[in-house]
Design a protein around this ligand. Structure first.
Ligand SMILES: [Zn+2]
Length: 586
């Protein structure tokens, strides 16, 4: 059982967040000390994209796997061949990320759109080969030497067959599973189904259209169109939701169904427990989440109403901000924060490792990825031209510093989010004076929003996956979405239709199931950094820096153990959060 689960974890991790888990552990074993400078001088614009040669890659993997199985190689030769195929594997995912970054830079670029589809289609094959290589490495006569000299001491634990063969788990009588899931066509088929649905989702989202006043329009273009009056925009948005809530509802339920099959395949009662165990390297479970959500509903949902948050949002004013000003604001802040943050900023600037251009053609998302072959992170930020772009940039920059310093070695997403959200809070007093007040107001309102909305989204997923997909309809999803908006305090009178249908805007429901609760969990740890900064300048920064070197992988181990922060699931935490927000937002 354990072996099969490891395979699932690896495959899904590779699919969802290529570069986590196994890859990280590999990179960890080849750490280069960032303190001594280093990095390379290749600028992103100079990286030449070419589609990987899948035939050669597959042949090299297969030859090596077979040679390991037949015990044909000595340790030295095996290590050198492993290095070669691992290089090709890294190159595959580097080019994958380069293609995606260039596609998101201009979503009308059909060349990179096709390349991204090609990667989506071929990732499962490459991941499967990688899995098979892990098996072969872990179960040959030189396994111990290979684990020590190449894999960094984890591959036997994860893939080694116990001496004398494994006892079949009760209820699994399918002998093909005994062979290892990576070779099981049934699993691979489910995996490809999931990817195919996701590809369909991306195609729809790349260019949704609405028929408005007798003409067909690109929805994203109308969204950017400043000449639309608020009434026009309401109408257009309504048309979009009316058209796409049923379409995306059907698509989502197909995804839920295939994910429920995956969980059942591995002997889980439901997908939620499966996702917690194997997708995000979490050191807490659904029970802790449920308790946290209960605190959010009790302490923070009422705060939303008390603050009349909607009017506060409407009253927010931002300064116009171009790309150079955005970069300059972060430079000023980095100089004040110093240390690794400043070193990382300089590396990012020198190698052009960020995309903060303001452009209508950019994909509507912000994220950090890793260019494995260059050992450098890259951040993509959807900027709009206003001062709150500083925080979007700052958020991804927090990920950048962590990924750069630790060679993408932070396995826990919750922990990764402490660095990004913590960075946002630290920026509030480190950016140039002009932006401080508006950004602080924005960020604190955003904090209330994050806890309540993301909390409600976490509950949405919990409820959806608790029942078989076949029992749901798109209309039932809408009713659920509306009910939760009311329970979590952010519902606005007269906006029933919006709160019922806007669940389709949550990309994570599709791409990263059961991820959203991480925003609440990590935001509490990040907010504690802010609480410390409020009490004494530099106190939060010192905790942020203290947590940066990876002593262990766990979220709670690092946040509570290494950083000395309070347990975010602890009783009364949300009460403390609500109290500080009330005081600051008075
Ligand atoms: Zn993030």
């Amino acid at each position: 059982m354990k072996r099969s689960l490891t395979v699932a974890a690896a495959l899904l991790l590779a699919l969802l967040f290529s570069g986590c888990g196994l890859l990280n552990e590999l990179l960890d074993s080849a750490l280069r000390d960032r303190d001594e400078g280093g990095g390379n001088n290749v600028k992103f614009s100079e990286i030449v994209y070419r589609r990987p040669d899948l035939e050669t890659l597959s042949a090299d993997f297969e030859t090596l796997i077979s040679a390991l199985e037949k015990e044909e190689l000595n340790v030295r030769k095996a290590v050198s061949r492993l290095e070669k195929v691992y290089g090709a594997y890294n190159d595959f995912y580097t080019m994958d990320n380069v293609a995606e970054l260039r596609y998101y830079h201009d979503v009308t670029d059909s060349f990179y759109a096709d390349e991204c589809d090609w990667f989506l289609e071929n990732e499962p094959t490459v991941d499967q080969l990688f899995e098979e290589l892990c098996y072969a490495s872990a179960n040959c006569s030189i396994a111990e030497e290979l684990d020590e000299r190449f894999w960094g001491g984890w591959v036997i634990d994860a893939y080694g067959e116990p001496e004398g063969g494994e006892e079949p788990e009760p209820g699994t009588d399918d002998s093909s599973r005994e062979e290892g899931t990576a070779r099981d066509p049934e699993y691979l088929a489910m995996d490809q189904d999931e990817n195919a649905i996701l590809a369909e989702y991306r195609r729809i989202m790349a260019d949704p259209t609405v028929s408005w006043r007798g003409e067909e329009y690109s929805y994203w273009s109308l969204e950017q169109d400043d000449s639309l009056s608020p009434e026009d925009w309401d109408e257009v948005r309504g048309l979009y939701y009316d058209k796409y809530a049923p379409i995306l509802g059907e698509l989502y339920l197909r995804l839920v169904a295939v994910r429920q099959e995956q969980a059942a395949y591995f002997g889980y009662d439901g997908y939620e427990a499966f996702a917690y165990d194997w997708l995000y390297e979490r050191d807490y479970g659904p029970a802790e989440t449920a308790a946290l959500l209960e605190q959010i509903r009790r302490e923070l949902a009422p705060l939303y109403g008390e603050l009349s948050l909607n009017e506060r949002w409407d009253a927010l004013r931002y300064t116009e901000l171009n790309e150079e000003e955005n970069l300059e604001a972060l430079r000023t802040a980095s100089e004040q924060l110093g240390g690794q943050i400043l070193l990382a900023f300089r590396e990012m600037e020198r190698c052009e490792l960020c995309d903060i251009e303001i452009s209508e053609k950019k994909g509507d998302l912000s994220y950090q990825c890793f260019l494995y072959s260059y050992d450098e992170p890259f951040i993509f930020v959807k900027t709009e031209g206003w001062s709150d772009d500083i925080l979007s940039f700052g958020h991804e920059f927090g990920h950048f510093v962590d990924a750069w310093y630790n060679h993408n070695g932070t396995a826990s997403h919750d922990l990764a989010e402490v660095f990004s959200q913590g960075m946002e809070y630290m920026l509030l007093d480190a950016v140039p004076e002009d932006y401080r007040e508006e950004l602080t107001e924005y960020k604190l309102l955003d904090t209330v929003d994050t806890f309540t909305q993301q909390g409600s989204f976490a509950e949405f997923e919990h409820e959806v996956y608790a029942r078989p997909a076949s029992e749901w309809t798109p209309e039932a999803l809408e009713a659920l979405s509306l009910r939760l908006a009311k329970e979590y305090g952010y519902f606005r009178e007269g906006e029933e239709d919006y709160y019922a249908k806007s669940w389709i805007d949550i990309n994570h429901f599709f791409d990263n199931p059961f991820y959203v609760v991480s925003y609440c969990v990590s935001n509490d740890a990040a907010f504690q950094i802010y609480e410390l900064e409020c009490a004494e300048t530099g106190a939060g920064l010192s905790v942020w820096n203290k947590m940066l070197p990876r002593q262990n992988d766990g979220f709670l181990d690092t946040v509570v153990g290494q950083g000395g922060l309070k347990d975010p699931f602890g009783d009364g935490r949300m009460k403390e959060v609500a109290a500080l927000l009330r005081e600051k937002l008075r």
